[in-house]
Design a protein around this ligand. Sequence first.
Ligand code: BEZ
Length: 211
Amino acid sequence: MSLRLGDIAPNFKAQTTAGEIDLYEYLGTGWGVLFSHPADYTPVCTTELGKTASLQAEFEKRNVKVLALSVDPLDKHKGWINDINETQHVTVGFPIIADEDKSIAHAYGMIHPNASETFTVRSLFIIGPDKKVKLMITYPASTGRNFVEVLRVIDSLQLTANFSVATPADWKEGEDVIVVPAVSTEDAIKKFPKGVNVVKPYLRYTPQPNK
Ligand code: BEZ
């Protein structure tokens, strides 16, 4: 059975470019992004890891630790990081796991045999402070992911973890949010003093509560 939203993210110990890491110790009480890529020294992966490195301060601001993974060995990762830093004009500051025995890839369902028997696909998991899986996305090898979108989802998850709201399509930090159906309009008016815009009884907007 593969992982599903709300499941506990399996803990593991892994060899990484920053030494041995225990996932739960590495995450501590914060959030995590664990993402796999098919292989080192490949073009799309190079841009993905470069983009993630360039957004390091954005992840830190949100108390998110990042961890990349492929089934390539550690020495290959280390050599490739030099190329990423050189070509993407960054300093990769997050660890890359060398999952040579594929144990983590299997635990997280990162190998999709009908896509590739040997390599991990582009899986990405957001893990909450409770160690539960909050988001899972899977992209094919040929399509690089949008890491600004990953930050946007983290903003939504961190907001909705603290307030009785959800975020609409294409929402960005600072925009109006949606009152969840479980809250009556009467209670919403008390709960959200900035105002509630009732478009339909089931579609109610309020300004972002923590802004
Ligand atoms: C890439 O990262 O460019 C890539 C990796 C595997 C298959 C296709 C592209």
